[in-house]
Design a protein around this ligand. Structure first.
Ligand code: TXA
Ligand code: MG
Length: 319
């Protein structure tokens, strides 16, 4: 049974957390996006435990979490544009893919052998844990591979019930969606994965309109279609559905339904994003055949929400 550590008692437990990480074990780490399954990014065995626990295919490179830009620059090489983005959005829900620095001790299992690394400085208590540990933490979302990402400590506990994982409980995540992943190439900016740092925010900060990668080989296996799939069959853009279905609704004036969860009755996309995985999980727990989803506007955060939902709806791949 996993052990939860309340964020209120973190100061007295910081030494235990540090020792857990130092001895090559994973912890459940709250961030503003989703809960991560974190381990020492410089320790290959520790990182292997992440894959083992998640049952995740090994070709997925993992994001490395740092406490600040200084730590980031020890492990990655920042061109001026990447630096500008980090300075503008960190700590926050943005991951920057940059070349590994020559003396970088990030384990190859983390980068899946690539010569680049995904770096992110999360908001909240994670920064304190990383600064205390003194090294970056590799952390994918703390769920079993192919399942929805956890946005509360309880989700993490139920994913890893038969383990003795320590999970830091800092309550529900603010954002509820994984970070925006960005890669700078020359004076071009590519969004490899949409998230709550939007296209327009990036354009405002840099004066450059980010693009989607034209090269479909570009390596962001988070783009695997089934990455976020619940057990039920997900059906998008539903205006009505059967009594036996679950219904993930959005906005005002939704029809009455015995098994409905409204992501945001007021039609607020931030609220909907924060509730998305919780809603999917809660409905899926009823073992319904179909999980119907109301239309969600394709604008702002709605783009990231629709991106996740499309993956949830896609035919399951072998991840
Ligand atoms: O919000 C988040 O980003 C969460 C929290 C825990 O921080 N983390 C997360 O990590 O979503 P993960 O491992 O599930 O997603 C990693 C994504 C994958 O799609 C991976 O392919 C991409 O980042 N990635 C990591 N390193 C990369 C690299 N060097 N080149 C291209 N993509 C990379
Ligand atoms: Mg994930």
């Amino acid at each position: 049974m996993p052990l939860t550590i309340s964020v209120n008692s973190l100061d007295v437990n910081l030494e235990k957390v540090r020792e857990t990480l130092r001895t090559g074990n994973c912890i459940g780490l709250p961030t503003e996006t989703v809960y991560g399954l974190a381990a020492d990014a410089t320790n290959g065995t520790a990182v292997a435990k992440i894959f083992e626990l998640k049952g995740r295919p090994k070709f997925n490179p993992l994001i490395c979490h740092v406490s600040d830009m200084t730590m980031a620059e020890t492990y990655g090489i920042f061109d001026p544009l990447s630096k500008k983005l980090g300075d503008a959005f960190w700590p926050g829900p943005l991951t920057l893919i940059v070349p590994l620095s020559l003396e970088s001790s990030i384990h190859a299992l983390v980068t899946a052998g690539l010569d680049t690394v995904g770096l992110r400085c999360p908001r909240g208590i994670a920064g304190k844990v990383i600064a205390d540990f003194g090294k970056p933490l590799a952390a994918p979302s703390a769920n079993r591979s192919g399942r929805v990402s956890p946005t509360t400590a309880d989700h993490v506990v139920s994913e890893f019930e038969e383990t003795d994982l320590s999970v830091i409980d800092a309550g529900p995540c603010d954002v509820g969606l994984e970070s925006t992943i960005v890669k700078v190439e020359g004076n071009q900016i590519f969004i490899l994965r949409p998230g709550s740092v939007t296209h327009d925010q990036i354009k405002d900060v840099t004066g450059i309109a980010p693009q989607e990668p034209a090269d479909t080989k570009i390596i962001a296996p988070g783009m695997l279609k089934s990455h976020y799939a619940p057990d039920a069959q997900v059906v998008l853009d539903c205006e009505e559905c059967d009594e036996t279905d679950g219904w993930l609704q959005f906005g005002a004036n939704c029809p009455e339904h015995p098994l409905a969860i409204n992501l945001s009755p007021s039609g607020n996309l931030q609220e909907a994003a924060a509730n998305l995985y919780r809603g999917l999980k809660a409905l899926d727990a009823h073992r319904i055949p179909r999980l119907c989803v109301s239309p969600i506007p394709l604008e702002g955060l709605g783009i990231a929400i629709n991106d996740r939902l499309r993956r949830a709806a896609a035919q399951k791949e072998s991840t």
